[in-house]
Write a protein that binds this ligand. Structure first.
Ligand SMILES: NC(=O)c1ccc[n+]([C@@H]2O[C@H](COP(=O)([O-])OP(=O)(O)OC[C@H]3O[C@@H](n4cnc5c(N)ncnc54)[C@H](OP(=O)(O)O)[C@@H]3O)[C@@H](O)[C@H]2O)c1
Length: 278
């Protein structure tokens, strides 16, 4: 059911098209990116945990669906190999992600493992699976969806932020390490965007933090549109620039620019006052 047809896809018409491989394409930013790249004339390999539920992307020409849970090591290997066997891949977008919000002392070990496995180790292993392929063809681009939470500290999302900081750090290291093989690495860090991220997140409470949580809810709104983040991902994929970070959306650009402007210590103090409403 999920087979890509290698003979068909090796036809010249299809060989000349660029291809993006996307994780977490079932909703939100991943799905918007799949649709945008398809509309721009790319082939799209859209991966997701439950391909059997997908109806929109399956109706689009040049979009293939493959199963991928990024916490499943064996499936990362088999899906990467199926994708590579189907033809040329130009961009791998690590987009799949999950939210975990609440005070650290209330978060369970299981929730922490799920967060780290989904948001950090998953993308890391997907990258590992594609490096030899990109190295051999001396080209290829990894784009990792991080977050403005990966560029600064926030209260009550310490584990989520940590996974995104880790992915930013991994991306910066690999942008240096893989440059010798002609492989690029970029990050796109969205601001709060209208997707399922918050509604599907694990949210934990603790009575001592209730006042802070109320203040935060009043201050963080998912106002951005997924299509705008997809457009930044398209820019990162096609601008040919040797640039690592692409903050996406007004708040992400503003927060990152302010941090660079005043430095991380002053930024931390300013962020504390802003979040706590001081
Ligand atoms: N929305 C925001 O405000 C925001 C801000 C900054 C960064 N981001 C980042 O943007 C990325 C996309 O999130 P989104 O906002 O578009 O939220 P979303 O609509 O909830 O999409 C998340 C996607 O990740 C998938 N996913 C979750 N766990 C997975 C796993 N173990 N294996 C494979 N796929 C998995 C989900 O698949 P299922 O349908 O199977 O659950 C879904 O397709 C995430 O990395 C997120 O951290 C979002």
């Amino acid at each position: 059911m999920y087979t890509i047809y290698p003979i068909l896809l090796n036809h010249k018409k299809y060989r000349d098209m660029k291809t993006i491989f996307i994780t977490g394409a079932s909703s939100g930013i991943g799905k918007a990116t799949a649709k945008l790249f398809q509309a721009k004339g790319w082939k799209v390999i859209a991966t997701m945990r439950t391909p059997e539920n997908e109806t929109e992307l399956t109706a689009l020409e040049n979009v293939s669906i493959l199963p991928l849970d990024v916490t499943n090591d064996a499936q990362i290997q088999s899906t990467a190999q199926s994708a590579i066997a189907s033809g040329n891949i130009d961009v791998v977008l690590n987009n799949a992600g999950h939210g975990l919000f609440g005070p650290l002392e209330a978060v369970s070990g299981e929730q922490i493992l799920k967060q780290v496995n989904t948001n950090f180790l998953g993308p890391l292993k997907v990258i590992q699976a594609f490096i030899p392929y990109f190295r051999e063809k001396k080209s290829g681009l990894f784009i990792n969806t991080t977050s403005m939470a990966g560029l600064t500290g926030f209260p009550l999302s310490s584990v989520y932020n940590s996974t995104k900081w880790a992915l930013e750090g991994l991306s910066e290291c690999l942008s240096i390490e893989l440059s010798m093989f002609g492989i690029g690495v970029k990050t796109v860090s969205p601001d709060a965007t209208k997707t399922n991220l918050f509604s599907s997140a694990d949210v934990v409470a603790h009575p001592l933090y209730d006042d802070v949580i109320k203040k935060m809810i009043g201050r963080i709104q998912q106002t951005g549109e997924a299509i705008n983040i997809a457009e930044v991902i398209f820019e990162a994929a096609t601008d040919g620039k040797d640039q690592l970070r692409y903050p996406a959306g007004g708040a992400a650009k503003q927060i990152y620019a302010r941090r660079l402007d005043i430095g991380p210590e002053a930024s931390r103090i300013e962020t504390t006052k802003w979040f706590l409403g001081l």
